[in-house]
Design a protein around this ligand. Structure first.
Ligand code: NAD
Length: 334
């Protein structure tokens, strides 16, 4: 039976996608170097799916290892999650980001090409839209990365465009994620990175709720939004993961390159997210307004019409479910 390869499949988005693939009995294997996941993720994910997981520990820059794995495991398509993803870290270490994200992806594509495997789902990011020119953002919105992380995603999308331009046997989808939060209903897997402190809002909220941090920093309350704080399109991780199954089905029957926004289409402000978190947890969050962060945009939310129509996919979960599942997972993991 043909198998799907998930690079970075033990990370946040990859592990939730693996759980959903398993529900529909898709055969998959994971390739991950464990640089941003804990060793016990294997055990936790196995509990979620109720069977052993086939996986290999390795770095996507190791082309010869990937060539063997793709050949020996009858891999038919690849879901490419593996990457470094911290914006701040990418500003401090741009070369590391170009090396892992861009060279790593080229290495993987080479290994696929050598084996004649040409079905590829790429984890792209809404960060490549830069400062929005209009809202909601559709897939035709101009692209402009404003940090090295976003630049790597943009470069990879360009490489993928060239790949399909000169070899029409490739079938590729770039999934531009908005802001995934929340966790699997089992509370066994969730957002659990190991590389330093996350600057994202939900992990910081959880730290404050657990008393690990005194207050939540709000970067600016003078944006032109309903309450002055930044507006983002938060999407439940289970909704995001389920889009990969739809994208995979679409990939099997299409050629060329397709771009899809994965967001809800709704924007919530930082303050609204904090209010919702307080309501579902019953914990009061102490807030501190500080100055705007460079590179932060005022509002950013998706127009998901194309994904809704072409992938026949729609988000189902609301902000309450995102906050409560993230909180339950954080309490359960220790
Ligand atoms: P994550 O860090 O939780 O998962 C990435 C996984 O890849 C980790 O398990 C890590 O160990 C592995 N990995 C990293 N470098 C590797 C390498 N060189 N070789 C093999 N494995 C490697 O990240 P995530 O949140 O699950 O994100 C998955 C993808 O989605 C990334 O490409 C990220 O850029 C993209 N993305 C994420 C978000 C988000 O908010 N989480 C938003 C937009 C795009």
């Amino acid at each position: 039976m043909n198998r799907i390869l998930l690079t970075g499949g033990f990370g946040y988005i990859g592990s939730h996608t693996a759980a959903i693939l398993s529900e529909i009995n898709e055969e998959f294997m994971i390739f991950d170097d464990f640089s941003n996941c804990r060793e016990n993720i294997v055990e936790r994910l196995e509990k979620v799916i109720g069977k052993k997981i086939s996986y290999v520990k390795g770095d996507i820059r190791d082309t010869s290892k990937l060539i063997k794995i793709i050949k020996n495991n009858k891999i038919s398509s690849v879901l490419h999650f593996a990457a470094l993803k911290s914006i701040q870290d990418s500003v401090n270490n741009p070369l590391k980001y170009y090396e892992v994200n861009v060279l790593g992806t080229i290495s993987l594509l080479n290994a696929m090409q050598i084996n004649g495997v040409k079905k590829f789902l790429f984890s792209s990011s809404a960060s490549i839209y830069g400062e929005p020119k209009y809202l909601p953002i559709d897939e035709n919105h101009p692209l402009m990365a404003i940090n090295p992380y976003g630049e790597t995603k943009l470069m990879i999308e360009k490489i993928l465009r060239d790949l399909v331009k000169y070899d029409q046997n490739w079938s590729i989808s770039c999934l531009r994620y908005f802001n995934p939060i929340g966790a699997h209903p089992s509370c066994l897997i969730g957002d659990d990175p190991i590389s330093g402190k996350s600057q994202n809002l939900m992990p910081s909220l959880i730290d404050v709720a657990k008393g690990l941090k005194k207050n939540i920093d709000i970067y600016g309350n003078n944006y032109e939004t309903k309450d002055g704080t930044g507006v983002r399109d938060y999407i439940h991780i289970m909704d995001l993961a389920s889009a990969h199954v739809k994208a995979l089905t679409h990939l099997k029957k299409s050629v060329g390159i397709n771009i899809f926004n994965l967001g809800t289409g709704k924007g919530y402000s930082v303050m609204e997210l904090i209010d919702t978190f307080e309501n579902v947890t019953g914990i009061k969050i102490s807030k501190k307004i500080i100055k705007r962060r460079e590179g932060d945009v005022s509002s950013c939310y998706a127009d998901p019409t194309k994904s809704n129509r072409v992938l026949e996919w729609k988000t189902k979960m609301d902000l309450n479910q995102m906050c409560s599942s993230a909180w339950k997972f954080s309490k359960n993991k220790n």
